[in-house]
Write a protein that binds this ligand. Structure first.
Ligand code: SF4
Length: 81
């Protein structure tokens, strides 16, 4: 499973931080940070979801009010949102 986080879309509500510890607050930027992710496009950060973190990643993606967190399965199919 792969997660993509769109920093430009993020509005810094930080619900994701409460759901998955891969997300941290960057209060000065007013954005979340996806720890360990690599920037794959302008402002888009991607990370392979570590084993055991799939459920947390799903909760984080579901809770984001602006759909800045997108999950894909191993075939590249979009799972959430
Ligand atoms: S829940 Fe969405 S909008 Fe809020 S900090 Fe996380 S990614 Fe950004």
């Amino acid at each position: 499973m792969r997660v993509e986080f769109d920093e430009d879309t993020c509005i810094g509500m930080y619900q994701c931080v409460a759901e998955w510890d891969a997300f941290e607050k960057d209060k000065s930027a007013g954005k979340a940070v996806l720890t360990g992710a690599e920037e794959v496009d302008d402002g888009v950060f991607a990370l392979e979801v570590p084993e055991g973190a799939e459920l947390d990643a799903k909760f984080a993606a579901r809770t984001c009010p602006v759909d800045a967190i997108v999950l894909y399965d191993d075939d590249g199919e979009q799972l959430i949102p």
